[in-house]
Write a protein that binds this ligand. Sequence first.
Ligand code: AMP
Ligand code: ZN
Ligand code: FE
Ligand code: FE
Length: 279
Amino acid sequence: MVVEADLHVHSHHSDGLHAPARLVAIAVHVGLRAIALTDHDTVNGIQEAKKAAPGELEVVAGVELSSAYRGREIHLLAYDIDPIDAALRGFLEPFRRERLGRARRIVARLNAIGVPVTMQEVERLASAGVTPPSIGRPHIARAIVDHGMATDVDEAFARFLDKDRPAFVPRSCIPVHDAIRLVRSRGGSLVVAHPALDLSMEQTEALASEGLDGLEVWHPAQNLEVRESLLGIAKRYGLVATGGSDYHGAGRRRDALAAAGVSLDVVRTLREGGRRKRH
Ligand code: AMP
Ligand code: ZN
Ligand code: FE
Ligand code: FE
């Protein structure tokens, strides 16, 4: 697959390190033709990215939704949404806001086990240049690294922040069917992000039949064998096979823009599918 379009990218509006305009510059530098900005629970970076993009680079408006499916957290990527749509923004806002309270609870847990990070540090890292930020565990991980309690972000997750670790605090997620209804009603498309990170192939297959538009097949955390299986499911259920790097900026291992992606025609196919369902 020639990587012309990277459809999974985070900016500093959520837990990425770079501003949207900087992501656009990197995308142009590496020769991409399209990127989708897919911040967690916020669409605040999209207009900046679109404004910064030169004619030869398309910016797809996206958002990564934490969603609940059969009792587990999965991630859905919504594409071709309208970043100034008040109904969409109103829907997302409580989820973004809840991240603040959850970060406080994580910090309290860390303090209780002797990790001296403060909310002030976390908020400073999360709001580097933007208000209001969508705070995530990666910000807390960076604060832990700053205190020398982990050598890098990955280690901070492995020691403290991963699901089975002492400072983990869950967060409320959007039920899959609500996400489908919302995105459908706004004319966008909905894709399961990195299915293999959260689901077995059987569960992915069950989810594929729920009325989604695509599956993220090409993702750095999904190897060749996993991609083949996902491609099979996408074919069986008539879903678009998408891909992206899940780039967050330096600071994590295996993190590079265009490390995974798709050809440009996938962007069109996805868009056409979303449009068809809207009418
Ligand atoms: P949150 O949305 O606050 O639950 O944080 C989830 C984000 O943290 C994911 O989207 C990834 O960007 C990142 N993440 C999750 N697990 C890990 C891990 N083990 N190592 C590094 N980053 C991770
Ligand atoms: Zn993230
Ligand atoms: Fe994700
Ligand atoms: Fe992501």
